[in-house]
Design a binder for this molecule. Structure first.
Ligand code: ZN
Length: 411
């Protein structure tokens, strides 16, 4: 008996440690959470498995220093970098608004390639700028990152996908994108893939809330389930461990459902679906947001952030251990007041910097304000008056690091 138990233990350990981890995230454009909840979505339900669905904030903190336009490319870059627009610097979809992403806030693709250049990355998308501008393929500023599998840019192909007035062109593009994504996952199993599907947003803009938009959401659900089937094939046949995350980049206005860009409740009403097994107290207890996706993928793929990036990522992992969440700070009369949510017993260190050199590739000198008891969930520190009226505050805990800014006139 003793020996057989020991043998079983060895066998199960070996399986756990040798299992390859892979991740795919899918952004489906412009679907407010209330519609995902109202319409039948058997594909998403199958992935969520009864536990992995939650509403997720988009657009940063309304009226705060990190308020972020509820616009497509802005949202994608929040997913990619785990930061809001005050850091990642993509303010819109076109021209100057998308011309200057701040690549110091690294995308999840770059973090994976930096950690292990042998890992394979893939992109499946109608929109070329997702690869060339947001991820910044082949640019010196991104370390000349290259995708291993690329199926994108079909919006520019007016021969295969000729223009029409019903936007069925975009449906045809999404279908091709999904077929390539499912086939590539099934056959090549990239370590990290991004699938982007646009048709839903086009139908929302054209028709607003109503049957045509709802039908597009049902089509999306079917497309996502085809990618899920490819993932399940890999899990069964090759014993790989896959993380799937599906999200949207913004909601829509409540009057018509045609518009987005502002900070109304429904425009900020995103959502996340995931098959992740070890969802944590941040996922179950807090208001989560789309910037939590990047650190969640990093956590799943065992990618660690360097000490500087740790202090900049705005999202908090939804997977695995988390000690504290939701740091907020304000300053008045030379005193900083901090609040957070303590998820574990233990101590945290509070750091402060009055500069933002990280933004331009430099280093910030953080001063230790002191130690806090995480379960206290609030603390006050004398900080004096900053010349700039600007501070970066960091709470370092045993398992994760939180940050927020104090900006004069904003909180
Ligand atoms: Zn969008």
């Amino acid at each position: 008996m003793k020996y057989s138990f020991f043998f079983l233990f060895l066998l199960s350990s070996a399986t756990t440690f040798s299992q390859k981890k892979k991740a795919v995230f899918i952004i489906v454009d412009g679907i407010p959470a209330d519609l995902v909840e109202k319409l039948p979505t058997p594909g998403l339900d199958s992935i969520a498995g009864g536990k992995g669905y939650k509403r997720a904030l988009v657009g940063g903190g309304k009226g705060t220093y990190n308020e972020t336009p509820t616009i497509s490319a802005v949202g994608y870059n929040s997913v990619l970098t785990g930061t809001w627009v005050n850091k990642h610097n993509v303010w819109g979809n076109y021209d100057e608004d998308i011309a200057h992403p701040n690549y110091h806030y690294k995308t999840i693709f770059r973090l994976l390639k930096d950690a292990d250049p042998a890992k394979k990355i893939a992109i499946f998308s109608s929109w070329l700028d997702n690869r060339t501008k947001l991820v910044g393929e082949s640019l010196p500023a991104t370390g000349n990152i290259k995708f291993d599998f690329t199926y994108d840019g079909y919006e520019l192909d007016t021969i295969t996908y000729s223009n029409d007035t019903t936007s069925l062109r975009m449906h045809a593009i999404d279908e091709f994108v999904v077929n390539r994504a499912a086939a590539t996952i099934k056959e090549k199993a990239p370590d990290l893939s991004w699938v982007y599907l646009e048709f839903t947003d086009d139908m929302g803009h054209m028709y607003g809330d109503g049957e045509k938009f709802y039908d597009a959401i049902k089509v999306m659900d079917n497309q996502v389930s085809r990618i899920w089937n490819a993932v399940r094939f890999r899990q069964t046949k090759f014993r790989e461990n896959w993380l799937v995350i599906i999200t949207t980049d913004h909601g829509r206005d409540s009057a018509t459902g045609m518009n987005h860009g502002g900070q109304s409740e429904r425009e900020k009403r995103g959502w996340i679906v995931t098959n992740a097994k070890n969802l944590n107290a941040h996922f179950t207890e807090d208001t989560i947001s789309i910037v939590d996706i990047m650190p969640s993928i990093a956590s799943f793929l065992n990618i660690s952030f360097d000490d500087e990036l740790k202090k900049e990522v705005d999202g908090t992992t939804l997977i695995g251990r988390v000690s504290a969440t939701g740091l907020r700070a304000e300053a008045e009369g030379g005193v900083a007041r901090l609040t957070w949510k303590g998820k574990e017993k233990g101590k945290g260190k509070v750091w402060i910097a009055g500069t933002n050199n990280f933004k331009t590739g430099g280093k910030d000198e953080y001063k230790l304000l002191g130690e806090v008891d995480l379960k206290n969930e609030h603390a006050e520190f004398k900080i004096g008056e900053s010349n700039s009226g600007f501070y970066k505050v960091v709470l370092e805990t045993p398992s994760n690091t939180l940050n927020c800014w104090i900006v004069a006139g904003k909180n």
